[in-house]
Design a protein around this ligand. Structure first.
Ligand code: GDP
Ligand code: IMO
Ligand code: MG
Length: 421
């Protein structure tokens, strides 16, 4: 069977930490979408790792990690990531399988990303500039290159044809500030490196594993509110980050999906542009950023911060059919005083609990309820019953109002700082 772990907000909910924590219960961890726009942080034994493309089960010895067909991979970044893990003494070579159908981010995809964003002016998406959008565009436009192609004898010609198309687009965007040759050297070195890895027909591998009753954890990247269909379009990423993306991104049937675990922060953050109804552009927002160390794991950009948004959380629970919630960064709210939660909106003065279609163009006013805060240091607590009453009450209210039980509460970045409810 397949369980799914995915983000319910705008990404960076703490997926890496929880996948790493849950991995001992699974045989296989598989990424189903996204690419190196993701930054998944893991803390254990006093060490910290950030993973971009490799699934977060990689540090658990008995677990096989699969980069699924729905992922887009940048060979240069993937090589660096693999080398960092090898340097830490982890055997990536035998534990990592890469789908032949995963699409390749070539250097000109990254340049296109930069040129596209530059041309948008103040309407820019705030992309991570990792080439994600242009690579998915080539995939759906039926121009893309896949990792399985790198073993073909005419790969170089296929690559040149694609790059020539890109160069025309880049010049049309009046962008000339790059040296392609300089970018291509590490790219071809990385391809050589990846040819020594296990490139597989991952849909066969995963279905075979299912028929042997193996347990698979599908690891999401980004968050549901960045989904290409259900996020705050156009301020979204270019893949289906929601549960529907699992079947397409791994080639497994819907009936194989068992539980969907949805992860969210006890408050909200967002990097990049786009609507954020509960955003706090004040001292409290600054406090959340400081307490939560809210700076991007991939780009280092400061994250925008705000109170928990229940209509948005409820929407994500609905779209994904979440069975169990995982609440992260609870410790960050300690000592901030009374804690607010957005329970509904007023959109153009009209009360609603629905996410508006035109969220980018209307005034969304959050309606808040306040809860008693707590001052205790939660990071040292390991049992739910030992948590302060006001915090437990906060959990209960969030659970009731989002119509879903909370299964895990996280009280710090380390593997150990995790409480089963
Ligand atoms: P992901 O992209 O969903 O894997 O999340 P990121 O790794 O980008 O961002 C989450 C950040 O919060 C990382 O720096 C984690 O180490 C950290 N983190 C995860 N859980 C907790 C927690 O419960 N408390 C605190 N204070 N930090 C956490
Ligand atoms: P993880 O997996 C947070 C955001 C970018 C931008 C928008 C589009 O670590 O949670 P893209 O590079 O995909 O074209 O950017 O999506 N974004 C993320 N924000 N966490 C992520 O991944 C993100 N991946 C993309 O900031 O607003
Ligand atoms: Mg992240």
């Amino acid at each position: 069977m397949v369980d799914v772990l995915l983000g319910l907000q705008w990404g960076d909910e703490g997926k890496g930490k929880i996948v790493d924590y849950l991995t001992p219960n699974y045989d296989i961890v598989a990424r189903f979408q996204g690419g190196p726009n993701a930054g998944h942080s893991l803390h254990f034994n006093g060490k910290k790792f950030v993973l971009n493309t490799i699934p977060s089960g990689i540090f658990r010895e008995s677990c096989v990690n699969v980069i699924g067909n729905g992922v887009v991979a940048d060979p240069v970044r993937l090589k660096v990531e693999i080398e960092n893990i090898l340097a830490a003494g982890t055997d990536v070579k035998s534990n990592l399988l890469i789908s032949k159908k995963a699409h390749i981010i070539v250097p000109t995809h990254r340049i296109l990303d930069i040129a596209n964003e530059a041309s948008k002016g103040d309407k820019k998406i705030g992309s991570t500039l990792r080439g994600i959008g242009p690579t998915y565009m080539d995939k759906t436009g039926r121009n893309g290159l896949r990792l399985g192609d790198i073993i073909s004898s005419n790969f170089e010609q296929q690559y040149r044809d694609l790059v020539n198309k890109h160069l025309k687009l880049i010049h049309n965007l009046n962008y000339f500030d790059f040296d392609l040759e300089e970018l291509e050297k590490p790219f071809f070195e990385a391809l050589e490196f990846l040819r020594t890895f296990k490139l597989i027909d991952s849909e066969y591998y995963l279905n075979n594993a299912l028929s042997q009753n193996k347990k698979i954890l599908a690891e999401g990247a980004q968050g549901s509110l960045l989904d290409i269909d259900f996020g705050s379009y156009p301020y979204v990423t270019s893949s289906n980050t929601t549960a529907g993306g699992v079947c397409n991104g791994l080639g497994i049937p819907p009936r194989a999906i068992n539980k969907v675990k949805g992860i969210f922060k006890a408050y909200c953050t967002r990097v990049g542009s786009g609507p954020f109804p509960t955003e706090l552009n004040n001292e409290m927002g600054e406090k959340l950023r400081k307490n939560g160390n809210e700076f991007g794991a991939t780009t280092g950009r400061p994250r925008r911060t705000g109170w928990l948004d229940l209509p948005a959380l409820h929407y994500s629970v609905m779209i994904n059919g979440v069975d169990e919630l995982i609440m992260m960064k609870s410790d960050v709210l300690s000592g901030v005083g009374e804690v607010k939660v957005c329970t509904s909106y007023r959109v153009n003065e009209i009360p609603t609990s629905q996410m508006p279609f035109d969220a980018c163009n209307v005034e969304i006013e959050p309606v808040y309820e306040s809860f008693e805060g707590w001052n205790d240091d939660l990071t040292v607590v390991r049992n739910f019953e030992d948590l302060p009453l006001s915090f437990r009450n906060y959990c209960k209210e969030v659970s009731v109002r989002s119509d879903c039980k909370i299964g895990i509460v996280s009280v710090g970045p380390d593997r150990e700082e995790t409480i089963l409810c």
